[in-house]
Design a protein around this ligand. Structure first.
Ligand SMILES: Cc1cc2nc3c(=O)[nH]c(=O)nc-3n(C[C@H](O)[C@H](O)[C@H](O)COP(=O)(O)OP(=O)(O)OC[C@H]3O[C@@H](n4cnc5c(N)ncnc54)[C@H](O)[C@@H]3O)c2cc1C
Length: 369
């Protein structure tokens, strides 16, 4: 039986960031991925926005990791020549009641250490973004966009430079705690093999609840229930009417249907929120009306013929449709009492932004095992 120091389940942005970090600390790091390549699920189906850390409750992991992760990510992109743009974003309000929400948002951001937000009135907005309709806005200059695929490629390359091994088309079937760590059984393209690992890190995204259920001895009360919540995007053909990212006030368990640009300058609107029972990336046919209705509140001159269905992504949420805020859950032996096991649950937005901070946290936790 082969022996390794660490098995990381899942090569999304979180598994890869953890691999890049742990490969500096441990000799034999193995990343397994059930799909043909890395980053084929949530990590390649998102807005590719580097969030500032504005909305999350003070002292939550989301607030802490987003603010830390943003700076780490800009630094990382600079050092490794990853396409990134600190393009900035506007959170827009329509009328006095939404402006009150903006005031609260400003306070929440300050409590999280985001001190660079600027209040913009209607006349300033008209000059900055003539195509935008809003009574006021908060400008967030530290919000940016990134090429998430190149970022993941770089994390993988960094892990491999440190001798980590990445194996695709390989699924974890189960794991059994033993004296020296875990016996982990894998299915690699139909062939079953078992190896021994000192540490086991569950970064399985949408499947992290399922993977946790295959770890023998893990008390069920520590396995978080995931709610899958799909979000859809429409692309907008032609030149973007906006210079920066435009966000409405957050709603419906998401950040609202926003306008974001990718590194190639393509404008897209989305995502909305739709809770689903089955994992599929279907794009319902009747969505366009809802998008037009919501987007036209801040972009009245929208040309509906330029809106084209683009893609969807699925959030691994801990909160159900009617629930309030839920934080990331990163469980170590301090909680579940299984030495060497770390489960990451509910890594929805701002997971991409937080990835390097999450990796540092995981590495820190393993130092004391
Ligand atoms: C619509 C949408 C918009 C978003 N926008 C943003 C944004 O703008 N900014 C931001 O910061 N965050 C954003 N996010 C959140 C961000 O995309 C996620 O937090 C992040 O991608 C999660 O990465 P992950 O590695 O945990 O999951 P994933 O990318 O899903 O990776 C998990 C991997 O585990 C693999 N796996 C699962 N089970 C097994 C198994 N048994 N064996 C082997 N491999 C397995 C899967 O195949 C998968 O590749 C958004 C998310 C969504 C859905």
């Amino acid at each position: 039986m082969d022996n390794v120091d660490v098995v990381i389940i899942g090569a999304g942005v979180i598994g890869l960031a953890v691999a890049a970090k742990l490969s500096q600390q441990f000799k034999d790091v193995l990343v397994i991925e059930k799909n043909k390549s890395f980053g084929e699920e949530t990590s390649s189906r998102n807005s590719e926005v580097i969030h500032a850390g504005i909305y999350y409750p003070q002292a939550s992991l989301k607030a802490k990791f987003c603010v830390q992760g943003k700076e780490l990510l800009y630094q990382y992109c600079h050092e490794r020549h990853i396409p990134v743009n600190r393009i900035g974003k506007l959170v827009v309000a329509h009328g006095p009641s939404e402006e009150k929400v903006l005031e609260k948002t400003l306070m929440a951001a300050k409590a999280n250490g985001v001190n660079d937000l600027i209040w913009l009135d209607n006349s300033t907005l008209k000059q900055l973004e003539p195509n935008l309709r809003a009574s006021a806005a908060l400008a967030s200059p530290s919000t940016g966009i990134i090429d998430s695929h190149v970022y993941m490629q770089s994390l993988l390359a960094q892990a491999q430079e440190n001798n980590a091994l990445f194996v695709a088309q390989t699924k974890m079937l189960n794991a059994h705690p033993c004296q020296t760590g875990f016996k982990v059984t894998l299915d690699s393209q139909g062939e079953q093999l078992t190896l021994q690992s000192k540490y086991l890190i569950n970064c399985a995204g949408l499947h992290s609840e399922f993977v946790a259920k295959t770890i023998q001895g893990l008390d069920k009360s520590y396995i978080e229930k995931l709610h899958w919540c799909r979000g859809h995007y429409f692309s907008y053909q032609g030149r973007s009417p906006f210079k920066q990212l435009i966000y409405p006030i957050p709603r419906d368990n998401g950040l609202g249907i926003h306008a974001s640009l990718d590194m190639a300058g393509q404008l897209k609107f989305g995502p909305d929120t739709q809770y689903i029972d089955k994992l599929d990336y279907n794009f319902p046919v009747n969505l366009k009306e809802k998008f037009i209705e919501q987007v036209s509140q801040y972009f009245p001159d929208i040309d509906v013929d330029k809106l084209q269905p683009a893609y969807s992504g699925i959030r691994p949420k801990l909160q159900g449709k009617a629930d309030g805020f839920r934080d990331f859950v990163i469980q170590t032996a301090e909680t579940h009492k299984i030495k060497g096991l770390i489960n990451l649950f509910g890594i929805d937005s701002p997971g991409l932004t937080s990835s390097l901070a999450i990796a540092n946290y995981v590495a820190e936790k393993l130092k004391f095992v």
